[in-house]
Design a protein. Structure first.
Length: 428
């Protein structure tokens, strides 16, 4: 090597530096690939993704090939740089070669290519996967020997090589992935996916129509009023009960009695015959489970009951779907309490307002683990039915009772406490 021309040595050194950059970028690019995107692209037939997936299936061999090549190139480059430096500067060239080659390798052989590969892993990994596969075959005997020694040492340290760990994502991790999808997904789709993930946390009693708001048919009512109710109802399905909603007779579909209504042939007996058997749902059933149950039972409406069998309300398939895609009809608006903004910055809220709906609409964080409505939250906090004019604070939210009647809070004035801004009562 001492007899080689310095120009040739410089050219060889540059080539080895490029090889070092190749191996460094290959390592970072391959290990920085998004595994889920890689699997998707491999299934779609992307050649680069298929090759990269095959290499990553045996990470010990992949790393062995890259490290063998990288170390061989770096050591050879060090030797050539030393010989070249001695030819040019004599004994002092050893120190010059050591310092100079270290700086050059760090900049051009390590930091720059690895940074590029980390920022653009697919751009780097897919093209280099082909030469890496060829090198893996050429260096297989040496790589296999080194891998066997390395794996043996890991086994001595108690590492189970067959256990690659659980690569599946938890619900919270999936939620983070959806939120970080950024411009790759519209806000509506993000919201829908997050709502699907939240179905496990929400139970049917969180979204049910409470029994006092259920529109149903009392079979004991005057028959003319029953017919009038059937002709004017905006609902497709109605529960039919006897005197009390706890005595459910069935669920009637308007399509099943439309012909009888149009020909004035409807009777109490034919109405009961047209009813389907009621489908009862436990109050604490998660929405994710209930959605599957609706599908299995071929039902669209369920009667929500507590542990004693008393009817609490009804839940429909539409209610669950609206939790995912948002309101797609104005039916919910008919039963949703209004929130009226005031000139002083406060809000007048109906006592029957659902806490989850308030949190979603206003961006608040009212506790939803216990009571489901504003009335329930206030009465639980005070442990009695308050009088009008009573004020209380729950977290950073202050409430003033505007109207309390019929053993419940009917309306409140609410605002968020901000230390930098005085409350409406304290304003001059």
């Amino acid at each position: 090597m001492e007899h080689l021309h310095p120009g040739f040595l410089v050219g060889l050194l540059v080539f080895l530096l490029l090889c070092s950059a190749f191996f460094s970028s290959s390592e970072t690019g391959m290990l920085s690939l998004n595994r889920y995107r890689l699997r998707h692209q491999a299934k779609e037939g992307h050649r680069g993704a298929k090759r990269a997936s095959a290499l990553l299936a045996r990470p010990d061999r992949l790393l062995g090939t890259i490290l063998v090549g990288n170390n061989f190139v770096n050591i050879l480059a060090s030797s050539i740089a030393t010989v070249l430096a001695i030819k040019l500067w004599g004994e002092a060239g050893i120190a010059i070669a050591t310092v100079g080659l270290t700086i050059i390798l760090l900049i051009f052989g390590e930091i720059t290519p690895k940074t590029l590969a980390a920022l653009r892993p697919e751009v780097v990994a897919y093209p280099v996967s082909l030469p890496l596969l060829l090198l893996q075959k050429v260096l297989y005997p040496l790589v296999a020997l080194l891998s066997a020694i390395s794996n043996g040492l890991l086994r001595l340290l108690g590492v189970d090589l067959n256990n690659k760990g659980n690569e599946s994502l938890s619900t919270e991790e999936l939620r983070s992935v959806v939120r970080e999808s950024g411009s790759n997904m519209t806000m509506n789709r993000q919201s829908m996916l997050l709502s699907i993930l939240d179905l496990e946390k929400v139970t049917v009693d969180d979204i049910m129509i409470p029994r006092n708001e259920v529109a149903g048919i009392d079979i004991e009512d005057d028959f003319e009023s029953i017919v009038t109710q059937l002709r004017t109802t905006p609902h497709t399905r109605l529960p039919v009960f006897r005197k009390d909603i706890n005595q459910i007779e069935g669920i009637v579909h308007m399509r099943q009695i439309a012909r009888l209504l149009s020909h004035d042939q409807l009777t109490r007996e034919s109405l009961l015959e047209a009813c389907n058997e009621p489908y009862f749902v436990p109050e604490n059933t998660p929405l994710s489970i209930q959605l599957l149950n609706f599908q299995k039972q071929k039902r669209r409406i369920g009667i929500v009951v507590d542990e004693y069998g008393d009817v609490l309300g009804i839940v429909t398939l539409e209610d669950i779907l609206e939790e995912i895609v948002g309101e797609f009809s104005n039916q919910d608006a008919l039963r949703s309490p209004d929130v009226h903004a005031q000139d002083d910055g406060t809000l007048v809220i109906d006592g029957a307002a659902y806490l989850r709906e308030l949190n979603r609409a206003l961006g608040w964080q009212l506790p939803c683990g216990g009571p489901k409505t504003v009335n329930g939250l206030i009465t639980e906090a005070l442990e009695h039915i308050p009088d009008s004019g009573t004020c209380l604070q729950i977290g950073q939210y202050r409430f003033e009772i505007l109207q309390a009647a019929d053993n419940r809070v009917k309306s409140v004035r609410a605002w968020v406490i901000d230390d930098t801004v005085t409350s409406p009562d304290e304003q001059p």
